[in-house]
Design a protein around this ligand. Structure first.
Ligand SMILES: NC(=O)c1ccc[n+]([C@@H]2O[C@H](COP(=O)([O-])OP(=O)(O)OC[C@H]3O[C@@H](n4cnc5c(N)ncnc54)[C@H](OP(=O)(O)O)[C@@H]3O)[C@@H](O)[C@H]2O)c1
Length: 274
């Protein structure tokens, strides 16, 4: 008798929980629908956006009507970036040296309530080809290149993880380089830069595996040889216009989904081998 009573009580509890669940479900869905309504304005946070590819990303996302949080090491000297901030609504310039972890945490805390749809790791350094010559390697430079190119994107992804998770699009994308493709290496050069990007790719593949069940897509994009200070000294005819390189990368970022998370996109949309 006692066990029959126990069974009925547990049955009634299950029914009550089911009803409560059904009643509360539309409330939750309504909240989601309201949060991500048709007029939802996505937000991108970009590192190293005072010049080159980062500046062009900031401009193109602003043109699309996104909210742009454009970060730079020295905003007071970032004239082109500040001009964009005057031109576009919802364009915020923030100071950020990506290797300053205290500042990374402070910025994440400042924007704690702001969903970030696209966390865009762009800041990068080569270290200079004259510092990475076999028999004359400058190891302090190697450490710096790893700090900026490889370690900082992981730290920033950790700091802004909850912001990305709270957003609609939920993407973390890194501007990597085909120079980091082990399969693609046929001549020795740029030991520091190449290995920093190869390691960066593995950091991002790990992140993709880690965050897939959270609905966050992680991707890597390659601009191709692009006409920025990074490529100073190379003949212009070898280089792609920055606007084209960025338009191509944005197309690949748009195409990134949870199904393709962990992909490394060449600018033409093909996949770069590891
Ligand atoms: N250009 C190409 O052909 C090419 C090809 C493949 C991949 N990439 C990648 O594309 C990304 C952008 O390169 P780019 O061509 O635009 O180079 P760039 O013109 O030299 O610009 C590099 C950007 O990174 C910033 N930066 C460097 N160290 C930083 C730090 N510690 N904290 C914050 N920002 C920092 C720079 O800021 P400051 O002005 O303060 O130094 C600058 O805004 C890099 O990750 C690069 O590896 C470029």
């Amino acid at each position: 008798m006692k066990s029959k009573l126990k069974a009925s009580v547990s049955y009634l509890c299950s029914v009550a929980m089911l009803v409560a669940g059904l009643v509360s479900m539309p409330t939750v869905m309504a909240a989601d629908a309201a949060e991500f309504a048709d007029d939802y304005v996505p937000t991108v946070l970009i590192t190293g956006s005072n010049r080159g590819i980062g500046l062009e990303f900031a401009q193109q996302y602003a043109e699309r009507g996104w909210t742009v949080i454009a970060t730079a090491r020295k905003p007071a000297q970032a004239d082109a970036l500040n001009a964009l901030a005057s031109k576009y609504d919802n364009f915020i310039v923030e100071q950020l040296d990506v290797t300053d972890f205290n500042r990374v945490d402070a910025l994440a805390a400042k924007y704690a309530e702001m969903p970030i749809d696209l966390l865009l790791h762009n800041a990068g350094i080569s270290g200079g080809s004259d510092k990475q010559i076999f028999t004359k390697m400058e190891y302090d430079v190697f450490a710096k290149v790893l700090e900026v190119n490889t370690i900082a994107p992981l730290k920033i992804s950790e700091a802004f993880y909850s912001h990305v998770k709270a957003s609609r699009d939920k993407k973390i994308v890194t501007v990597s380089s085909s120079e980091g493709s082990i399969n693609g290496a046929s001549q020795p050069r740029l030991y520091f830069y190449r290995s920093s990007k190869a390691a960066l790719n593995m950091v991002m593949v790990n992140l993709a595996l880690q965050l897939k069940r959270k609905g966050i897509s992680v991707g890597m994009v390659n601009p191709g040889m692009t006409d920025t200070d990074f490529m100073a000294g190379l003949p212009k005819k070898m280089l792609r216009p920055t606007a084209d390189a960025v338009t191509d990368m944005i197309r690949n970022i748009d195409a990134l989904t949870i199904e393709t998370t962990g992909s490394f996109y060449q600018y033409d949309g093909t996949i770069i081998p590891w």
